[in-house]
Design a protein around this ligand. Structure first.
Ligand code: PMV
Length: 365
């Protein structure tokens, strides 16, 4: 595929040094979108702008060991929690193919990619965002060691997000924090379809240390892969309206993030979650990812909000789990409510308390 001028900025200067062996480690958080990305075109480009909270505790930790080699093909093994995980290989092979021209050292090395997640296996929490972000950051650190000049933090993050996007779209929003925008939008200077950027405006203190408890409703394997799901937006009868609605919601949430107007925040965030699922329910083939307990939990959140005059709300990913969002000021009461009234609707009573965070970080030996 032809590269645009903008994409060519990610092709590095010639390397001046090829280390024989080495290793780098990074940890990257998951993220939860407030305005959702659903629908893509070209090479992982979003049909609409999305914005997310970067999380803190739900993370992938990846270490990359590398060793120079003579052969020309990509050569890597992948370990999850210390055990070979060949199921991950096709996705990483595809990722290497997509990013090769931006990381021209890839064929010169044999890699051991060791990865682990802070959240339980097959919890239904997408590990592709945190996983692809962590791998992209490792590759960026490796690239830095081959260049004669220092890459600025902004350029490092930008290219890491650009690479992560080519692995999994939402991964572009898992490099920085606490709020990240991905996808070009007139109202957000510096926003791009190619990479995520830190939300560039002041945010009301209501959103400081925002809390997200992830209720693990269903841990089953995804019924539909996210690539297949995105593809169903091609020719979808409501696609054009959905993309417009999302872009309008970006303008609205921008006002809300500045004013701290929580009732409008709740309306945008919950409507976005339901629109995402509405797209799945109205595609061909159609599918439903929510479970009866997802709906039960939503009803209970609504009741609690009304009865307690709370500003709790929910959002959903492409699955049955519910993300419960609430401000730090309500932490104690909401967590007590979750334990006493929502836990019983989770598989094995499991949930994870998380909160917004600052993004990826290197792990030193
Ligand atoms: O990154 P992908 O291709 O797995 O897309 C996932 C998109 C959603 O998580 C469903 C929504 C979002 O914006 O994160």
């Amino acid at each position: 595929m032809m590269k645009t001028m903008v994409e060519s900025q990610f092709i590095p200067d010639p390397y001046t040094h090829y280390p024989e062996t080495g290793s780098v480690s990074w940890q990257s958080p998951s993220n939860i979108a407030l305005v959702k990305y659903w629908g893509k075109y070209g090479e992982q480009l979003p049909e609409n702008t999305s914005v997310s909270f970067t999380l803190s505790h739900c993370r992938t930790i990846t270490s990359l060991q590398f060793e120079q080699k003579e052969t020309d093909e990509f050569d890597f093994i992948v370990l999850l929690d210390g055990k070979p995980k060949d199921e991950f290989k096709p996705k990483i092979q595809q990722f290497f193919e997509r990013v090769e021209s931006y990381l021209p050292f890839l064929r010169k090395y044999k890699f051991t990619i060791e990865t682990s997640n802070s959240f339980p296996h097959s919890s239904g929490i997408a590990s592709s965002a945190s996983g692809m972000s962590a791998l992209a950051c490792c590759l960026m650190e490796m690239e830095q060691s081959m260049l004669s000049s220092q890459i600025s933090e902004m350029d490092f993050n930008r290219k890491a997000s650009f690479l992560a996007r080519l692995g999994s779209g939402s991964a572009s929003r898992s490099v920085e924090g606490p709020l990240v925008v991905w996808g070009e939008h007139d109202g957000i200077q510096g926003s791009s379809n190619l990479f995520g950027v830190s939300y560039p405006f002041d945010v009301h203190e209501n959103f400081r240390n925002y809390q997200d408890t992830i209720l693990l409703v269903d841990k089953g394997e995804k019924v539909v892969s996210s690539t297949a799901g995105h593809n169903l937006m091609h020719g979808h009868p409501y696609a054009a309206n959905r993309f417009k609605e999302a872009n309008d919601n970006i303008s609205k949430i921008k006002e809300v993030l500045a004013s701290g107007d929580m009732s409008r925040f709740i309306e945008i965030v919950e409507s976005e979650a339901l629109q995402l699922h509405a797209m799945m329910m109205t595609s061909l083939p159609y599918f439903i990812l929510m479970k009866p307990n997802t709906l039960e939990i939503i009803q209970r959140i609504w009741k609690y909000r009304k009865d307690e005059n709370s500003i709790i709300c929910f959002t959903l990913d492409a699955g049955a789990n519910v993300h419960v969002l609430y401000p730090e000021s309500e932490k104690e009461q909401v967590q007590a409510f979750i334990a006493s009234e929502l836990a019983e609707y989770c598989k094995n009573g499991e949930y994870i308390h998380d909160r917004v965070g600052l993004g990826a970080s290197a792990i030193s030996d």
